[in-house]
Design a protein around this ligand. Structure first.
Ligand code: XMP
Length: 504
């Protein structure tokens, strides 16, 4: 990878959006901690550096900082929000709290002849005095919106050009890349595939590779890539725990049965149900499914004999979020611990772990999946929890309850799949509350099905999706008429927080 833009992270929520925007402009980008050492930067030899926003105030002693030498390396730098303030603070300018702050879309006026434009702001502190050698180039009514020292190729914007709420924000980033950093823009996802195939072949040689295939986007794309790189030397173990959605297990078997790999489906449905018998606590259910999964996987792997390589569908955000391998000096907080595909433990006896997708964002993984010929339904698959329907059946899990939930969920998905604009995630839940109903002339006393549909950009927070009543009515009608065991459907109208996406 010849050209790279480093995105230095100061805790801003948009770091991944910045890095993805850069990549979508055909330039490879990597996120690194804000306090990355100068030696490491020199080693990486970036064409440019972008400093992200962040929630702190630069003038506080404990706020995240970068090495001051960063600004004299001759590398073009674009500071965004906190990043701009940090640059000014370090170079001798003044940053102060602005009593009102600016939040949301704010009009920004360039100080040349260009027209004002709306831009996303989210800051309380402002630059009140630019450092020596800097010129203010844009303002809002109350604050400095952009400044530069073009001789030194140092630029700062108080607004967020990476946000779609900033008019022409993408163009601003593009101009920084192409006009200031002088990149050629040679990054293509296709090159990534070819690169990985060469690397995988060199590493694996004549050996076999084992992969725990869950049917999720990441492990599926990983399987497709490996089966192309080392055809017939990939062994995929698909542990069917019996908590998949309607026909999902068969579908996964069909898709991968056609590829050049050895596909092993372990039908462990009964074993998992036995383990969960009578268990009602959500965390215990999650843990039991996790432990059992590992045991089944290990047993199957042992039957295969010695396979030196274990492949995993780890993607770039998994690594960034876990703070692993970032070359920083320790003040980068671990946001969430990294979960491997299938939650495989680290002490499995493999010579090496291969993670061919570890440099890619989810949208890039999807592009690769498409190029490798995976079906659209699989590539656009919604997140699905590892423990599957076991945590969407409230309380104790039984085959009969799973059957009801599968059918209700299939109806819900069928109805929403055909909508033009779909929520990011939607599914049914089988509650453990029974209510009285009437079907025909008979009284019923059956469990309630809940419908959940959420709108989200990151699956970490969400809003419930206000689905049109007509659609809800149709879903309710179909579930209650096609499934004898259900006579009441409710709609979950809670966001996260305070609820979580899943009910358990
Ligand atoms: P929660 O329920 O935590 O869910 O608000 C946030 C997102 O994560 C998905 N989820 C999981 N994904 N393994 C996964 O791979 C899990 O155990 C798991 N639990 C929740 C959930 O569907 C939502 O998209």
């Amino acid at each position: 990878m010849s050209e790279v833009i480093l995105v230095l992270d100061f805790g801003g929520q948009y770091k991944e959006l910045i890095a993805r925007t850069v990549r979508s402009l055909s330039v490879y980008s990597e996120i690194k901690p804000g306090n990355i050492s100068v030696e490491e930067i020199k080693r990486l030899h970036p064409a440019g550096i972008i400093l992200t926003g962040g929630p702190d105030s630069v003038y506080l002693p404990d706020s995240p900082k970068c090495a001051p030498e960063l600004f004299s390396l001759g590398i073009p730098i674009l500071g965004i929000c906190y990043g701009m303030q940090l640059m000014c603070h370090i170079l001798g300018g003044r940053v102060e709290t602005n009593s009102a702050g600016e939040y949301g879309r704010v009009s920004v006026t360039p100080l040349d002849s260009r027209k004002p434009f709306p831009a996303l702001m989210s800051h309380r502190d402002s630059v009140t005095e630019p450092p020596e050698g800097f010129t203010v180039t844009m303002r809002t009514e109350t604050a400095v919106a952009a400044l530069e020292n073009s001789g030194k190729k140092l630029y700062g914007v108080q607004f967020h050009p990476e946000s779609a709420h900033t008019e022409n924000g993408r163009e601003i980033i593009s101009r920084f890349l192409y006009e200031i950093c002088g990149v050629e823009g040679n990054y293509k996802v296709d090159d990534y595939i070819e690169n990985q195939i060469t690397q995988i072949r060199a590493k694996v040689g004549e050996n076999n590779v084992l992969l725990a295939l869950s049917g999720g986007v990441d492990s599926s794309v990983c399987a497709a890539l490996l089966s192309k790189a080392v055809p017939n030397r990939l062994v995929c173990i698909f542990v069917d725990h019996g908590f998949m959605r309607l026909d999902e297990g068969d579908e996964i078997e069909r898709i991968f049965g056609e590829r050049k790999l050895r596909f092993i489906r372990v039908n462990a449905q009964k074993r998992f149900l036995r383990k969960l018998k009578g268990v009602t606590d959500p965390e215990t259910k999650r843990k039991l499914v996790g432990y059992e999964f590992i045991r089944v996987f290990e047993e199957e792997a042992a039957k295969l004999g010695d396979i030196p390589f274990l492949a995993q569908g780890t993607i770039y955000p998994d690594i960034v979020e876990s703070g692993v391998n970032q070359g920083g000096e320790g003040n980068n907080a671990v946001i969430k611990s990294h979960h491997n595909v299938g939650g495989l433990p680290e002490n499995l006896a493999f010579k090496e772990v291969i993670e061919p997708l570890s440099g890619l964002f989810k949208d890039e993984v999807r592009v690769i999946g498409k190029k490798l010929g995976l079906p659209a339904a699989l590539i656009s698959r919604q997140p699905f929890p590892g423990p599957g329907l076991a945590i969407r059946v409230m309380g104790a899990v039984t085959e009969a309850k799973l059957d009801v939930l599968r059918r209700a969920d299939a109806i819900l998905r069928e109805e929403l799949d055909r909508q033009k604009r779909r929520p990011e995630q939607y599914f049914a839940v089988l509650t453990d509350t029974r209510t009285v109903g009437v079907k025909g002339d008979d009284r019923t006393y059956e469990p309630v099905v809940a419908v959940r549909a959420v709108t989200t950009s990151d699956f970490m927070t969400c809003e419930y999706t206000p689905l049109p009543h007509k659609i809800l009515q149709r879903i309710s009608y179909r579930i209650t008429s096609e499934i004898p065991a259900v006579s009441r459907v409710v709609y979950d109208i809670t966001g996260k927080p305070p609820a979580t996406v899943e009910w358990e």
